[in-house]
Design a protein around this ligand. Structure first.
Ligand SMILES: N[C@@H](CCC(=O)N[C@@H](CS)C(=O)NCC(=O)O)C(=O)O
Length: 231
């Protein structure tokens, strides 16, 4: 007779599978399709960490189930990362660094305390304050057209800097992907929607193409409905 396994062994295996099936992921990312939350979404996938996505509308500030998002994040903005102990972390640059530090072997950010980490933070700060917030007036229907022109000019100057910095490099930090690239990619996907012309910037174009080919990026874009799943 072929002995498949003892009853206690079977029970143990069943309990393990049940735990896997019913387990909630320990990280929850509040996001809005195509918003700046795409950056930590990409980083979670690059990190290979299990997570749940919870959609929060940036217009109505409600979750899909009707929950008032302000009760979860008083700032009302995405992204927001929730840990299984209930801690919540807002601000994209802080979130992506936290995620990177959970998986040091993935090399998504240089080690804390190094000059390279400060360089990464220099990028994240530039992207958040000069690019990300440079785009914001272009999405606001109340912004006068004259100011939109100024906002586009400002972004053109900032992108000229990015273009120069990407010369001879694959990514912002050199030849390896870092969390700053997820953020730069995310904000740059907005250009075509708000009349910011990046077509004359070959290094930026090559960067966008390189990023678009990364499996984690494809998976995040697909999950947010920004590209169609391959047939
Ligand atoms: N300082 C925040 C800004 C986040 C932000 O601007 N989020 C936008 C989407 S890209 C948003 O949620 N807007 C709606 C709102 O603030 O009410 C960060 O860097 O994470």
């Amino acid at each position: 007779m072929l002995l498949i396994g003892s009853a206690p062994g079977f029970a143990r295996r069943y309990a393990f599978r049940a735990r896997l099936f019913f387990r909630r992921n320990s990280l929850k990312l509040y996001y809005s399709n195509g918003a700046c939350s795409l950056s930590p979404h990409i980083v979670l996938r690059e990190a290979g960490l299990p997570f749940d996505l919870v959609r929060a509308s940036t217009k109505t500030h409600a979750l899909d189930d009707g929950t008032d998002y302000y009760t979860i994040n008083p700032k009302g903005s995405v992204p927001l990362l929730e840990l299984d102990n209930g801690e919540r972390l807002s601000e994209g640059p802080a979130i992506v660094q936290y995620i990177a530090d959970q998986v040091p072997a993935k090399n998504l950010a240089p080690a804390n305390g190094t000059f390279a980490r400060a360089r990464l933070q220099e990028w994240l700060n530039f992207i958040t304050s000069e690019l990300h917030k440079g785009y914001s007036p272009l999405f606001n229907p109340k912004t006068p057209d004259e100011y939109k022109t100024i906002a586009r000019e400002n972004l053109a100057k900032r992108y000229a800097y990015v273009e120069s910095q990407l010369a001879g490099k694959q990514y912002t930090m050199g030849d390896t992907f870092s969390v700053a690239d997820a953020y730069l990619f995310t904000v740059s996907t907005w250009a075509k929607h708000v009349g910011v012309d990046l077509s004359g910037l070959p290094n930026v174009q090559a960067f966008m193409a390189r990023m678009s080919a990364r499996p984690a990026v494809i998976a995040a874009l697909t999950a947010e409905g920004l590209i169609k799943a391959a047939a």
